[in-house]
Design a protein around this ligand. Sequence first.
Ligand code: BGC
Length: 411
Amino acid sequence: MEFTFPKDFLWGAATSSHQVEGNNTNNDWWQWEQRIPLEMRSGLACDEWNRFEEDFKLAQTLGLTAYRFSLEWSRIEPSPGQFDNSALDHYRDMVLSLRSKGIEPIVTLNHFTIPLWLAGQGGWLSDKSPEFFAQYVHKATEALGNDVHYWITLNEPAVYTYKSYIVGQWPPGEKSAIKAFKIAQNLAKAHVLAYGKIKEVYTQKGWKKPMVGIAQQVLIFEPSSDRSLWDRISAGLRDWMINHLFVQALTRRKTGTLDFIGLNYYMRQYVRNRGFLSANIFGEEHVLENPSVRKNSLGWEIFPQGLHALIKAFSKYKLPILISENGICTNDDAQRSEFIVEHLTAVALAIKEGVPVIGYLYWSLLDNYEWADGFAPRFGLIEVDYKTQGRKVRDSAKKFEGIIRSGRIRF
Ligand code: BGC
């Protein structure tokens, strides 16, 4: 059977500022990295700040029609209330470069990192943080809005809350449920204010109405054992809290502030709960040691059917869906080709069943800095040699290109 994707389907790839730009010395992540070994620090990353033109040309040769990247807040507002026009001009050059190549820019306003000055005031814990964010978003919208149609305010607010404030793996390394709750509230407020600001600027300027959303990481949570009520409860709670809670809050009937939902999908996770012996109602992740389970190089289970199931589950919000990230880190590029085909098949099925999926963005355009995991995981369509900053288009990228150019997939 063959499926033809809609004509205006967005075929793209994604990155984020701190992971690719290099030398983002003025944010909380850079400061956090000073305590870890040199090779685990972001450093020059992919030197994308200086090499975007070359990489966008490669993206164009691959037939991409969309590119998601993030603005680095700490470059645009290096100190409170002081905006750096040269940074805004730089991002404007990026947007125009994409447009000139027929590539739709999809701009993320916050992808995990925050300026040092804000971190010094408590980061997203500060009651002022939503308002600070809105001011920065206002400036960015005025500078870029004329040429940007798609905005993503926040990347994975639930993951950020979890990693930075529950398990403490990311800056500021907190482990506090009370703080996490406050963070989630402030992030939701920040989104709502930013949404309002973007709309206000577009209306004032008379620009065509933009599409504003968030990118939400979604996982398939499976009970470790179907027979265990506790496992089922914990898996269900995770599904609600991690996958849906944020989106639910932002799509309430009268106060909806999402024009589309971005889904970042990577894996299936098994959840185990030791019942009354467990202190944690959300249970714990249980890694299956089953040799038939396919995994990426970080040990995440590859489960393409999960993408289909999640798209269907999110169709209940009755909003367009963008697959804002989906990808694999692997040293076996044939595995990447297979991953892309299988996940695009899942998307095709969902569209065929009537869900409005508007695009698919592979994570990532190029190998990059994978946060606490450093540079070892290789997610890119384009390989990066970090010693020379050389680029090499992988065969999987060509496979993806073939699908893009034909606009069809066979399954
Ligand atoms: C994040 C990216 C990250 C990717 C792979 C997503 O959760 O948005 O920043 O690199 O997953 O882990």
